[in-house]
Ligand binder design. Structure first.
Ligand code: ZN
Length: 251
């Protein structure tokens, strides 16, 4: 089965549409959460996510924006955006966001794979460096765990107690690119498709991944999108300026 893996869309409609337009054919969508928060198009992005369906996991911003959790852990900019999002979501979409399930989530017809927002051990935990992966990857039996939350495309693996960090290698800055790896049958993986709507790995292009469960292969993708439109909408919505400027930096 070919599966489109998306995460951290963060209400960025332009980035989301660019990813969907660039994605090769797929039979299923795994959406790892933070559908909303930061960007100016929460309803458009929720509507599209609902239409795509598939597997969904809630993120910390989904919880904060729908009132499940408070924003005490958020910086001022994130808290302002969460409040704005809560005010601007339709009642129906707010309820949909509120009902997103906590990870890990598995699907019976895709064995050996689980989906989380942060970590399989804690939905709000960040797995940033390989050391952060020791405990969650050591404890899980899933061959592949898809996660988001850090907005950094790549991941970690362990095979015969040998740990590795995975990072796609790209050559361009402004064009669409992909990077394919074949996964080892004997290894366990934590894989982050990157953030659709607010990358933080120094690459402004929208990120997603494709997983082929038959080939056991993974392809990381980066695609340019209409950055100026996304930034203009953030400013027009009176969301904090920083949410617009950081998009061009990929930080
Ligand atoms: Zn996020």
């Amino acid at each position: 089965m070919r599966i489109l893996i998306i995460s951290d869309i963060h209400a960025n409609q332009e980035a989301f549409e660019a990813c969907l337009a660039a994605a090769p054919s797929y039979e299923r969508v795994f959406n790892l959460g933070d559908v909303v928060g930061y960007g100016a198009n929460p309803n458009e992005v929720v509507n599209k996510s609902r239409e795509l369906g598939g597997l969904l996991v809630r993120g910390n911003h989904d919880k904060a924006c729908s009132g499940i959790s408070d924003t005490n852990d958020f910086n001022m900019v994130a808290a302002i955006a969460a409040f704005w999002t809560q005010q601007n979501l339709t009642t129906e979409n707010l309820e949909w966001v509120r009902q997103l399930p906590a990870g890990p989530i598995v699907q019976e017809d895709v064995p050996g794979v689980q989906c989380v927002h942060g970590s399989p051990l804690d939905e709000d935990e960040y797995i940033i460096v390989v050391r952060d992966a020791y405990e969650p990857l050591g404890q899980t039996t899933a061959r592949v765990t898809f996660f988001g939350h850090t907005h950094i495309q790549g991941g970690f693996s362990v095979e015969n107690e040998s740990w590795s960090t995975l990072r796609p290698v790209f050559e361009r800055e402004n064009d669409a690119e992909s990077y394919k790896i074949t996964l080892s049958d004997g290894a366990k993986y934590l894989i982050n498709p990157g953030s659709v709507g607010q990358p933080r790995d120094g690459d402004w292009r929208a990120a997603f991944a494709m997983y082929d469960s038959n080939e056991h292969s993974l392809t990381f993708h980066r695609v340019p999108y209409n950055l100026e439109a996304a930034q203009r909408k953030i400013l027009e919505a009176n969301l904090p300026d920083r949410l617009a400027t950081r998009l061009s930096e990929g930080r």
